[in-house]
Design a protein around this ligand. Structure first.
Ligand SMILES: [Zn+2]
Length: 253
């Protein structure tokens, strides 16, 4: 059976903001920075990159009011982690929000797996997500348009390689997906923003899990949590939790 290791890639850091923004109005007054991350799944002679991060600091502040305290060009961030752009055989985009797909052109030509439903939703998202998708409705052009020639459209759960399976979600965005990876220590889920912080998964008091405030349907977020429970993962890697970067590799060595 195929086994992989997962390396988080530090692409940037957003200045500390109120945690209630990520944990459905809980933890008001607590400030946390938000990590901008990608992941390299390595093993079986292949390297798969999951998510490719946001635009540089100037762009992020101008277009998104996104204050970055750190930002690294994707090739440089990969080098720092011991990889090179040339190593990457395929990309998976958990969803098409700008902070996950902006630098796709930096890894040219290789297939990029995305849920078909996400692409459709990204053309006409809920108005509050217009800027997240950088859509024409606000005078922008999503950068992934130029990269669509290599999109691999997925509909639902789908195994892209032995031991690497895409898991479709629907609460954060219409076509979000996670990546379920077989490792020496069981299956690890790269969750995208379906699980924004560890707090979302770990819950609080009577709540087993806490939805991300950025969602298209909170009921569907709970369905996503149920789906994740059924996966029996040994670890879940959230989309923006700075603590993910405490370890160079997962499973932790
Ligand atoms: Zn995000």
């Amino acid at each position: 059976m195929a086994k992989y290791k997962i390396y988080p890639i530090r692409l940037g850091m957003q200045e500390a903001r109120d945690k209630s923004g990520g944990t459905y109005l809980q933890n008001s007054g607590v400030k946390v920075p938000s990590a901008i991350m990608g992941f390299v799944i390595a093993g079986e002679g292949r390297h798969i990159m999951v998510d490719v991060g946001c635009g540089p600091a100037q762009w992020s502040i101008e277009k998104h009011n996104f204050h970055l305290t750190e930002w690294y060009p994707l090739p440089e961030a990969l080098e720092k982690a011991g990889f090179s752009v040339k190593d990457i055989d395929a990309v998976v985009l958990t969803h098409l929000h700008h902070d996950h797909c902006w630098n796709l052109a930096d890894i040219p030509n290789v297939p990029a797996y995305v849920q078909k439903e996400e692409v459709l939703f990204a053309l006409d998202p809920l108005p509050y997500q217009w800027y997240y998708y950088e859509v024409a409705q606000v005078g922008m052009t999503p950068r992934w348009y130029a990269e669509m020639y290599r999109f691999k459209y997925v509909e639902g759960d789908y195994e892209i390689f032995d031991g690497i399976k895409l898991i479709k979600f629907c609460g954060h965005t219409a076509g979000s997906q996670g990546v379920l990876v077989d490792t020496e220590s069981g299956r690890i889920l790269i969750a995208g923003d379906t699980v924004n912080l560890y707090d979302n998964w770990e819950g609080k008091g009577v709540w087993k899990h806490i939805p991300n405030t950025i969602h298209i349907n909170v009921e569907d977020m709970y369905k996503d949590f149920e789906k994740i429970e059924a996966l029996n993962c040994t670890h879940i890697l959230p989309g923006h939790d700075i603590r993910v970067l405490d370890h160079k590799v997962y499973p932790v060595e």
